[in-house]
Every structure is written in structure tokens, then in C-alpha cells.
Design a protein around this ligand. Structure first.
Ligand SMILES: Cc1cc2nc3c(=O)[nH]c(=O)nc-3n(C[C@H](O)[C@H](O)[C@H](O)COP(=O)(O)O)c2cc1C
Length: 373
């Protein structure tokens, strides 16, 4: 697969997920360039930023996805990311979608942005293997997971590798299995959260927003269910902070209702916005780009969703002000430069994360550190 004018990404898109899991991360990202034990940042940390009560050197990280296991999260810490999210885990082993899992996407608008309110996500976005700057991709994994017997000890190792001012954040989600009713689905979230607690995690993020599970099955489109699940999970995890990961929501009332049913009741301590934007992917002849049933649509991320991510942060920050409810906002979507980090912070994000940008730019965290407020 040709990678045009970009370097070697930390996740090799020409290899299978299993191969990446076993041998990654790749390229420059795998070589340490930052030592959190080096005292040079200590002054900044002493009265520096905190994230959900924990000190962080710079509130910049890699969100759920590209960091497949402890080798990846440890490499992220040593490339200067102070928050590393361990890829979403489940209560059971879960297979990955067939290869290929990552394609390059090229929205047609002049500014390269994919408008989630516009027609393009339904009409079709061009997808191919011409990976180039500014990088936008679609990832189609289906949220694979190891069995808890594998990910629990690995998550412990991942946490142990965090240096001073660094934080490992586990991500988890519930699993829908044929025959499950809503009660079982809620219980699966609780069980997975308990498994995460058993690793010693002091906080966690719950994914309610993965479009690769099927277009109409975004959990965050059902605020009542999100609230019920958050209640059940919070009963299980106690004082540990819970972040809820949301997809793009066009409807302010829906976003406000989610805040009302979770953060306003003390059930969530923050939100990560946004996950990928679901779009129909087509090749240059307009045919389905990713092979196989159920893969007409896939989640778009990277530079193309920056405006959508910033829009959600702005609206969530407005809801926070209006309601006077204290919760953190993690800004995610299209961060590829230190300037993007700064803009998200200006809009109200307490922390910022980059998945696609971090995959292709091994120096992104160091650029942000150089510019961080
Ligand atoms: C390779 C890859 C895998 C991902 N897997 C997950 C996942 O397992 N759970 C999740 O909540 N989000 C997942 N995401 C979504 C990212 O966390 C993030 O919300 C999205 O990519 C937007 O950020 P970006 O524009 O910086 O890529 C994944 C993203 C990528 C690129």
C-alpha cells in the first residue's frame, strides 16, 4: 500500500490488525524521545494541570484506538504523550473486521472538512490508498478485543509504565450479542467496568459511539439508555471518575439531555468528543470501497473531522456554562498540529487527543509540549 508524502505510521495499515498487535508500534514512534523522569518539566508539574484529579504534565494524549496494547501505550508515554488511552476492551474476546481496516479518505469540499450535517456522508466519500497530508482516514475494525485474561494483565503493565505526570486511561464498551435484552446489555457494561477496576484503574472511559457497529446502533443516540448504563456502571465503580465518549450529535437538545442524565447527576465526570463520523465510502467509480457485507459505511477520522469535533466542544462547553455543572471535556477529532491543540483548549477542552494525527506524525506530542500553555 503506497504511503505518499507521509512517514511510516505507528500502525502499519498494510498489515493485519493481528500483525500490528503482535509486532507494533512501527516507525519513529517506537523510538523513545522523551523521559518523564527527567526533572526538566518538574517545575511546570508542581502546580501544573490536573486531569480528573490526577497531575498531568501536558493534557495531551492519544484517544482510544491506535494504542492496541501496553507496548503501544508505553511507546506513547516515551514519545511525550501524557495521556494514553488503552484501546477499548470488552467483556469477552471479539474478532476484528476483515482486512483492510484502514483506508485514506478525500472529502470533496474545498476545506477538506466532512460536514456531518451535510449530504456527503450519505452520498459517498472517496476512499482509496493514497495516504497524504492533511491525513484523513476511515478505520473499520469493529472494536476487536482480547479476552479479559489477556487484556487485564496487559493493562496493568500499561499503567505501570506511566511516568510522573502521565496517565493511562482504559477505554471499555458493552457488547451486543444476539439474544441479549437491554438488561443484559446494561449488565455487560457493568461487568466490563468491573474487569477494568480489577486492573487497578483509577478512572475509565466508556465508549458509546462506535459507528463501525452499524449505522443506527450508536448508543449515544439514546440518552435515556446512556443514563441508565452510566448509573449502573457508576454503582459498580464508585468514586472512580467515568468519562463518556460520544459521537457527533447534531441536536443540542440530545446533547443537553445526555449531560442532564449523566454529568448533572454525578454519574459521569466528563465527555470525550468526538468519535469518528459515519460515512458511505466509495471508490473512484462510486462502488463500495471496503469489501464485505455491512461495510458500506465506516467511520471517518483525521483532519476532515476537525471542524465537527471543535463544534461539539464549543456546544458542550456552552451547556456546561449554562447548567453550571462541573465536568471535563476531552477534545478529539482532526488534531494534526500544535495549533489544533491550542484551538481545542481555547474552545473549552480540558484535555485534547489525537488519533489519526498521532499515527502519522511521530513528533506531534513534542510539538504540542513546545507550544503548550
Ligand atoms: C485506528 C483507530 C482505531 C479506533 N478505535 C477506537 C476504539 O476502539 N474506541 C473508541 O472509542 N474510538 C476509537 N477510535 C476513534 C478515536 O478515538 C477518535 O475518536 C477518532 O479517531 C477521532 O480522532 P482523530 O480525528 O484524531 O482520529 C479509533 C480511531 C482510529 C484512528
Amino acid at each position: 500500500m503506497a504511503v505518499a508524502d507521509t512517514g511510516e505510521p505507528l500502525y502499519d495499515v498494510s498489515r493485519s490488525f493481528e500483525d500490528n498487535y503482535a509486532h507494533g508500534p512501527f516507525g519513529e514512534f517506537a523510538r523513545p524521545c522523551y523521559d518523564p523522569h527527567d526533572g526538566s518539566d518538574a517545575g511546570r508539574r508542581a502546580d501544573g494541570p490536573t486531569f480528573l484529579g490526577e497531575p498531568v504534565g501536558v493534557p495531551f494524549g492519544i484517544p482510544a484506538g491506535p494504542l492496541l496494547n501496553s507496548r503501544f501505550t508505553t511507546a506513547a508515554f516515551r514519545r511525550g504523550y501524557d495521556i494514553a488511552v488503552y484501546k477499548t476492551v470488552r467483556s469477552r474476546a471479539w474478532p476484528c473486521n476483515p482486512f483492510p481496516n484502514v483506508v485514506s479518505v478525500h472529502p470533496r469540499s474545498d476545506d477538506g472538512q466532512l460536514d456531518p450535517r451535510g449530504d456527503e456522508p450519505d452520498e459517498g466519500v472517496l476512499a482509496d490508498t493514497r495516504f497524504s497530508d492533511p491525513i484523513s482516514i476511515s478505520n473499520s475494525f469493529g472494536v476487536p478485543s482480547r479476552d479479559p485474561d489477556v487484556w487485564q494483565p496487559d493493562m496493568r503493565d500499561a499503567m505501570a509504565a506511566a511516568g510522573p505526570g502521565q496517565l493511562l486511561l482504559p477505554s471499555f464498551q458493552g457488547s451486543r450479542v444476539p439474544g441479549m435484552d437491554v438488561h443484559d446489555y446494561v449488565a455487560d457494561h457493568v461487568r466490563t467496568a468491573r474487569l477494568v477496576c480489577e486492573t487497578g484503574a483509577r478512572m475509565m472511559e466508556m465508549n458509546t459511539s462506535c459507528p463501525n457497529e452499524g449505522r443506527n446502533r450508536l448508543l449515544c443516540h439514546d440518552p435515556k439508555l446512556v443514563g441508565d448504563i452510566a448509573q449502573a456502571v457508576k454503582d459498580e465503580i464508585g468514586d472512580r471518575p467515568l468519562l463518556v465518549k460520544l459521537g457527533f450529535l447534531a441536536d443540542d437538545a440530545m446533547l443537553d439531555e445526555i449531560v442532564g442524565r449523566t454529568a448533572a447527576r454525578g454519574l459521569a465526570q466528563g465527555f470525550s468528543v468526538i468519535n469518528t463520523i459515519s460515512a458511505r465510502l466509495v471508490d473512484s467509480r462510486g462502488r463500495q470501497a471496503l469489501p464485505g457485507q455491512g461495510r458500506e459505511r465506516s467511520g471517518v477520522c483525521g483532519a476532515a473531522i476537525r471542524a465537527a469535533g471543535q463544534d461539539m466542544v464549543r456546544r458542550l462547553a456552552a451547556i456546561r456554562r449554562r447548567r453550571g455543572v462541573d465536568f471535563v471535556i476531552v477534545g478529539v477529532g482532526g488534531v494534526t498540529t500544535a495549533r489544533d491543540y491550542r484551538e481545542y483548549r481555547r474552545l473549552g477542552a480540558d484535555a485534547v487527543m489525537s488519533a489519526t494525527g498521532a499515527m502519522w506524525d511521530p513528533d506531534l506530542a513534542m510539538s504540542v509540549r513546545a507550544l503548550a500553555d
